[in-house]
Write a protein that binds this ligand. Structure first.
Ligand code: NAD
Length: 479
C-alpha cells in the first residue's frame, strides 16, 4: 500500500487538501495507495520554496547541474523495478511495458541533460562600430508541471529533468490516478538534489489549478487532455506564464502500398494496442487503399484476437485494463454509438471479463469497419484499444481524411512510392511523421504536436530549451 503526502521544501508534509485513494484497475476492490493532497496555501509555500531554491540553483554551473541530474537518474534506475511495479499497480499496463517506460524515461533524461551543454546562444553582427552582440539564454525560473495517468514516469521525467538541467526549480502535480511513481521520484530527489529544486504536490484538478495560476510560476508544462489544456491556457492569461501544452491525438496510419502487408500490420497493431491504446501517440485510425481493405481487416483482427488481456503483473499478459471506470465507460459508449450509426465490429466491441480480475476495467481489443469519417469514433480521441479502418481511393482522398480532424500529433505512412512519401511529409498536418513504421518516437527527437495537439515548445530534443530558458539580447560596448 502506497501512503504519500507532499514533498514541499525538502520535507514530506501532510496535505491540508483533499485526501484520495488509488485503485488497482485490474481488481478495483483493491486499494493501492492513499494520498493527502496539498491545499492552496501549501502550494503557495511550495512555490515560494521553489523561488528561493532556484535563485541559488541558477548560479550553479552547467557541469554541476549535469552531475546532479546524472546522480538523480542513477538514483531512479536503482529503484527501477519498484518504479515499474508502481506503474503497473496504479495504471494497469503489463509489467514489461512499465519496465520499458522506466528505461526510456532515463534514456531521454540523459539526452536532455546533455542538451544543457549544447550551444545556447549566438554571436551576432552589430549595427554599430565597437559593439559586440550576443544572444544568451537563462533559466526561466519556477516551472509548474502537470501530468496525466498514462505514462506515470515518462511524462514527469520529461518535465523534471530538463527543468533542473537548465537551472530551474520544478513543482510536479502528478495525476491523481497514478501518483505513486511520482512520489518515488520525489524520494529520489529528496535524497540526492538540493532542497526545493524538485517538489511534488498531490491532488486533483483543484491542486493543479492553484499551481498553474500562481504568479511566481514562470512556465507551465502540461500534458493531458484538450479541455484541461484550454483551461490552463485561459488560467495563465492572467500571469502570462510561458506555456508548453501536449494534448491529445487522433493519429492515423495511411496504408497506400506495402511490400509486406503483414509487417505493416504488426507495426500498426503495436502502435494501437500498447498501453491498451491509452497513448497520445496511439494509432486509432487506419486509412487503407480500397484494394487492401479486406486483407487489412482480416490481418488486424487476427492480431488483435491474439492479445492476452489480464493483470499486468501476470507473466504472459500482453494488454492490461483501462485505467479507471470512467475511461472504460467512455470507450464503451463511443464504440456503441459508432455501431448504432452503422459501424461493423470486426473483433472485440465490448468490455471483457477476466478470470481472477473481478470488476477489472478490461476492454476487448476492437477493430471497426464501415466507419464514416464524420462519425465521432473517427474524429475524437478514444484512448482505448480501438482501431477504425477507412478505405480511400487516391492519395488526395487519404490526405483529406487524414487532416480532417482537429488534432495534429503523429502520423505514419506505409508506401514504397517516393512521390507519395514526399507528399505525406509535406502535407500530413502533424507534429510527428513516420514513414514505413509505427508511431514510436526516438528518445532524442523533438516530441509534440500542432493544432489541438499542442502549444509551445516540444518537450524533448533540442527545441525544448525554448520553454525551459528565456532569451536575452546582449550588446557589449567597450568603454
Ligand atoms: P486530464 O487533462 O484529465 O488530466 C491531466 C492532469 O491535469 C491531471 O494531473 C489532472 O489532475 C490535472 N488537471 C485537471 N484539471 C486541471 C485544471 N483545471 N488545472 C490544472 N490541472 C488540472 O488528462 P488525463 O485524462 O489524465 O490524460 C489523458 C489525456 O492526456 C489524453 O487526452 C491524452 O491524449 C493526453 N496525453 C497527451 C500526451 C502528449 O504528449 N501529447 C501524452 C500523454 C497523454
Amino acid at each position: 500500500m502506497y501512503d504519500y503526502s507532499n514533498l514541499i521544501d525538502g520535507e514530506w508534509i501532510t496535505g491540508e487538501g483533499d485526501a484520495f485513494e488509488t485503485l488497482n484497475p485490474a481488481r478495483p476492490a483493491e486499494v493501492v495507495g492513499r494520498y493527502s493532497g496539498a491545499s492552496a496555501r501549501q502550494i503557495t509555500v511550495a512555490v515560494q520554496a521553489a523561488s528561493a531554491a532556484q535563485r541559488a540553483w541558477r548560479r550553479s554551473t552547467a557541469v554541476e547541474r549535469f552531475a546532479a541530474v546524472e546522480a538523480f537518474v542513477t538514483g531512479v534506475l536503482a529503484r527501477a523495478e519498484e518504479l515499474a511495479v508502481s506503474i503497473t499497480r496504479e495504471q494497469g499496463k503489463p509489467l514489461a511495458e512499465s519496465r520499458g517506460e522506466v528505461a526510456k524515461s532515463c534514456a531521454e533524461a540523459r539526452i536532455m541533460a546533455a542538451q544543457a551543454f549544447r550551444s545556447q546562444g549566438d554571436v551576432m553582427p552589430s549595427a554599430r562600430p565597437g559593439i559586440r552582440n550576443m544572444v544568451v539564454r537563462r533559466p526561466r525560473g519556477v516551472i509548474a508541471a502537470i501530468t496525466p495517468w498514462n505514462f506515470p514516469i515518462l511524462t514527469p521525467m520529461r518535465k523534471i529533468v530538463p527543468a533542473i538541467a537548465f537551472g530551474n526549480a520544478v513543482i510536479l502535480k502528478p495525476s491523481e490516478f497514478t501518483p505513486s511513481t511520482a512520489c518515488i521520484l520525489a524520494e529520489v530527489a529528496q535524497a540526492l538534489l538540493p532542497r526545493g529544486i524538485v517538489q511534488v504536490v498531490n491532488g486533483k484538478a483543484a491542486a493543479g489549478s492553484h499551481l498553474v495560476r500562481h504568479k511566481e510560476v514562470a512556465g507551465v508544462t502540461f500534458t493531458g487532455s484538450v479541455p484541461t489544456g484550454k483551461a490552463i491556457f485561459a488560467a495563465t492569461a492572467d500571469t502570462l506564464a510561458e506555456l508548453s501544452l501536449e494534448l491529445g491525438g487522433k493519429n492515423a496510419a495511411v496504408v497506400n502500398d506495402a511490400g509486406d502487408l503483414g509487417a505493416c500490420l504488426d507495426q500498426i497493431t503495436g502502435a494501437a494496442c500498447m498501453c491498451a491504446g491509452q497513448r497520445c501517440t496511439a494509432i486509432s485510425r487506419v486509412l487503407v487503399r480500397r484494394d487492401l481493405y479486406a486483407a487489412t481487416l482480416d490481418g488486424l483482427a487476427s492480431r488483435f484476437n491474439a492479445t492476452v488481456l489480464g493483470d499486468g503483473m501476470n507473466a504472459g499478459t500482453t494488454m492490461g485494463p483501462l485505467v479507471n471506470a470512467a475511461q472504460l465507460a467512455k470507450v464503451d459508449a463511443m464504440v456503441n454509438d459508432a455501431v448504432r450509426d452503422g459501424a461493423r465490429v470486426v473483433c472485440g466491441g465490448s468490455p471483457a471479463k477476466i478470470a481472477g480480475c473481478d470488476g477489472g476495467y478490461f476492454y476487448a481489443p476492437t477493430v471497426l469497419a464501415d466507419v464514416d469519417p464524420a462519425m465521432r469514433i473517427a474524429r475524437e480521441e478514444v484512448f482505448g484499444p480501438v482501431l477504425v479502418v477507412l478505405a480511400f481511393d487516391s492519395i488526395d482522398h487519404a490526405l483529406g481524411m487524414l487532416n480532417d480532424v482537429d488534432f495534429g500529433l503523429t502520423s505514419a505512412i506505409f508506401s514504397e512510392q517516393n512521390t507519395v512519401v514526399q507528399r505525406f511529409i509535406d502535407e500530413s498536418e502533424n507534429g510527428m511523421i513516420h514513414v514505413n513504421h509505427g508511431t514510436i518516437p526516438d528518445n532524442h527527437m523533438p516530441f509534440g504536436g500542432i493544432r489541438n495537439s499542442g502549444v509551445g515548445a516540444y518537450s524533448v530534443g533540442p527545441s525544448a530549451i525554448n520553454f525551459f530558458t528565456t532569451e536575452h539580447s546582449v550588446y557589449i560596448k567597450g568603454q
